[in-house]
Design a protein around this ligand. Structure first.
Ligand code: LAN
Length: 744
């Protein structure tokens, strides 16, 4: 329910071509001027934040993006005045009314440039990274921002004093120490009751010495851990020949781009100046006397609440070597390494206009740039300007987003969901704006340094967020194509994305297919799977190389199938071959129980939907018996998991435990995925489908929205991320499919 409070109105989201920045007391739409009134506040106004943004994580730790949504409805809200098709049966009329209400509500949230801004929070280790960066570089955020960050950090504290790795997770050492330190950097007194509880949690669970490696890194930067306690990343590895499977250019791009600036920081042993706060913190988070800690002994210590991926014996051997090397490393070699690292960091900054690939590297690249060029340098200032692209205001306070947004992804899905039936055409302006946005987000040029710094060719691709962020993603390219074709099919648009550009996108998709037939996320798998044995993170799994995934593969297969239909003359040999190999990969990924594991959302219902959709549409490219068998098994699996109220519901534990984990109550997003799969399978499951549809209809709110339930997204098995638009997109899609199939 809307619970708008007066200080919510002090914050306003400004957007420009997909860029999103929250401004304090903005009086214009000028995004470059968003800090104009950041100093214009009274103490009273700041204090009101903690009342107005009061948040009860017991009710649901995943926030519902109410601030943005309330503002958008206030600004754009209007009654639906278009047609409402009149039909004979009451059931069908109810369905149509619900769909129109759902699409009308969601259309009002669309930005002028055509995307759906939204909360992309969830992980709790991101904001601390940025606050540590702000502290060491002495570049504090304006007071109103700081106050809102405090609100957020306290909003997600558990009653035992700790914090989880993500908003729904159980407390861990990594997260609890990170939030504790952040709150202290934000000026909260150590005797604050909430912080005393947190400090007690830390000490009871072994103290900060047992923080996992990423925490050791951040604490070392703050001069709260000794660099000797951090297993060396062996920065010199970057100078080894690139054909070696361990060369970092072969890592998954997210790991590569995080370990790159981390290696720079380690190579210089960057650390904050020892001030009173640091000295005091050393007493607050350790059980031991800080000065007596034997740091080398701490390197492999990990609090058991945090440990998700155990260090392998090979990694331990390798650490022995790299830590020893670190002691004897000649200065000239270090200087050469460091020069290479900063050159690479500069290239990534230039290629992404300082957004960098994600929130972790954005903050750490900022530290490197500050260290290399100083606080007054242009490079550092450009970094600081981009900090704000990663901040988001919701009813739980100000958080750091998991990316600079999910812009392209949400627009592509929404377009496809709405155009699943011709009811979507009742919203031509929404579709046109979406198309315009998709048009603007396609990546049309290569960077000068793309080859030198290991980038996959990307002309014609689509990114997950915005073109200026500029990292192409395989399945985002697929969704970009599918959405474009869906719009072209309607005849609504006369000119825009040309055949040539679509074919360029197809070429990119073809170039992304792995040897195993599947599709990865951003780049081909560049090393064998055994490299995973060197995963040093302790808290994430499968981060070392870019693997093939069921969802990414299915999305690419589906896009290629659609291309065959629209462009039957294009690449007549390669496309069918790629499709068959892709489908074989998908078949291989199926579990014995008929499900597929989802790597990027919760979880088995998500991936099973993608896989079933690909298998259904790919009927001419796979053995019919095999295909039918896989689809039937998948449907049996899904039917088996249907809950008594007709819905489906999984929790995030499905992702981390890799076992289907039933939620206490059904979830609209899981229900929609299961329904999309079952309906695509055109099986005789009418009754089950009808019960699921009824649940979606019942759960819809009066204003056309659906409630925000459990967190939907995930990465690296163990960290969850919010997709606030999923609660609208997928119910609309599933209902629209029901209408299209005349399922009533
Ligand atoms: C994303 C978001 C989108 C997601 C899909 C397109 C949905 C997926 O099908 C492929 C993988 C991809 C692109 C993806 C990869 C991992 C990301 C980038 C994220 C989940 C968003 C945030 C996450 C990133 C790794 C978070 C930063 C944290 C670190 C541990 C570096």
């Amino acid at each position: 329910m809307p619970q708008n409070k007066s200080s919510w109105d002090h914050w306003k989201l400004l957007t420009k071509n997909g860029r999103q920045v929250w401004a304090f007391k903005a009086d214009s739409q000028n995004i470059d001027d968003h800090l104009k009134h950041a100093d214009n506040f009274s103490e009273q106004e700041l204090h009101a934040f903690s009342d107005d943004f009061a948040y009860n994580r017991q009710l649901n730790p995943t926030s519902a993006d109410q601030v943005f949504r309330d503002h958008a409805i206030k600004k754009n809200g209007h009654h639906y005045s278009g047609d409402i098709p009149k039909v004979e049966t009451a059931e069908e009329q109810t369905l149509i009314d619900s769909l129109i209400k759902g699409m009308h509500y969601f259309s009002q949230l669309q930005s002028d440039e055509g995307h759906w801004p939204g909360d992309y929070g969830g992980p709790l280790f991101l904001l601390p990274g940025l606050l540590i960066t702000a502290y060491i570089s002495d570049t504090p955020f304006p007071k109103p921002h700081q106050e809102m960050m405090q609100v957020y950090l306290f909003s997600h504290q558990h009653s035992d004093g700790g914090w989880g790795m993500h908003v729904e997770g159980q407390p861990t050492m990594f997260s609890t120490v990170m939030q504790y330190v952040s709150l202290r950097l934000l000026g909260i007194d150590k005797d604050d009751a909430r912080l005393r509880k947190a400090s007690a949690w830390i000490k009871e669970n072994g103290g900060a010495a047992s923080i996992p490696s990423w925490g050791k890194f951040y604490l070392s930067i703050l001069n709260l851990y000794h660099w000797d306690g951090f297993n060396s990343l062996f920065p010199e590895m970057w100078l080894l020949p690139t054909w070696l499977p361990v060369h970092p250019s072969r890592y998954w791009c997210h790991s590569r781009m995080v370990y790159l600036p981390m290696a720079y920081c380690q190579s210089h042993r960057i650390q904050a100046v020892e001030d009173d706060l640091i000295l005091s913190l050393r007493k607050e988070i350790y059980n031991e006397d800080y000065d007596t800690i034997d740091w080398e002994k701490q390197r492999n210590r990990v609090c058991e609440k945090d440990c998700y991926t155990k260090q392998s014996p090979i990694l331990k051997w390798m650490n022995l070597f790299t830590n020893t090397f670190e002691k004897f490393n000649p200065a000239w070699l270090r200087a050469k390494t460091s020069a290479y690292l900063i050159r690479y960091i500069n290239a990534e900054d230039a290629q992404t206009d300082y957004l960098d690939i994600g929130p972790v590297s954005q903050a750490i690249n900022s530290i490197c740039t500050w260290h290399a060029y100083g606080k007054d340098s242009e490079q550092f200032k450009k970094h600081v300007a981009r900090w704000y692209d990663y901040l988001w205001v919701a009813e739980d306070g100000m958080k750091m987003s998991g990316y600079n947004g999910s812009q392209l992804w949400d627009v592509a899905f929404t377009t496809r969901a709405m155009l699943e039936s011709d009811l979507g055409l009742l919203f031509p302006e929404t579709i046109k704006k979406s198309y315009q946005f998709i048009d603007n987000m396609q990546i049309l040029a290569e960077h000068e340094t793309h080859q030198e710094f290991f980038r996959h060719p990307m002309i014609g691709s689509w990114p997950f967020s915005t073109a200026e962020q500029g990292w192409p993603v395989a399945d985002c390219t697929a969704e970009g194509i599918s959405a474009t074709l869906a719009v072209h099919k309607t005849g609504l648009i006369k000119s825009g994305i040309s055949d040539h550009r679509i074919q360029q996108a197809v070429d990119v998709i073809l170039s992304f297919q792995n040897k195993d037939g599947g599709w990865p996320t951003y780049e081909l798998s560049r090393s064998p799977k055994w490299l995973e044995k060197l995963n040093p993170s302790e808290i994430f799994a499968d981060i070392m190389i870019d693997y093939s995934w069921t969802e990414c593969s299915s999305a690419c297969v589906i896009a290629l199938l659609e291309i065959l239909e629209h462009y039957p003359e294009y690449k007549t040999r390669e496309i069918p071959q790629a499709i068959s190999r892709g489908l074989q990969f998908v078949v291989k990924q199926q579990n014995a129980d008929g499900s597929w594991y989802g790597g990027w959302a919760v979880c088995f219902t998500y991936a099973s939907w993608f896989a079933v959709e690909a298998l259904v549409q790919g009927k001419d490219f796979i053995d019919p018996e095999l295909r039918l068998n896989c689809i039937n098994k998948a449907c049996d699996f899904l039917l088996n998991k249907q809950m008594s109220d007709g819905g489906w519901g999984e929790t995030y534990e499905s992702c981390s435990d890799m076992v289907y984990t039933q939620a206490k109550t059904s979830q609209v997003v899981n229900t929609a995925w299961a329904l999309l799969a079952l309906q695509a399978a055109t099986q005789n499951n009418k009754e089950a489908i009808q019960r699921g549809i009824n649940l979606l209809l019942e759960r819809q709110l009066d204003n056309g929205d659906w409630p925000q339930e459990n967190i939907s997204g995930v990465f690296n098995y163990n960290c969850m991320i919010t997709y606030s638009s999923y609660r609208n997109i997928f119910p609309i899609w599933a209902l629209n499919r029901f209408y299209q199939h005349k399922g009533y």
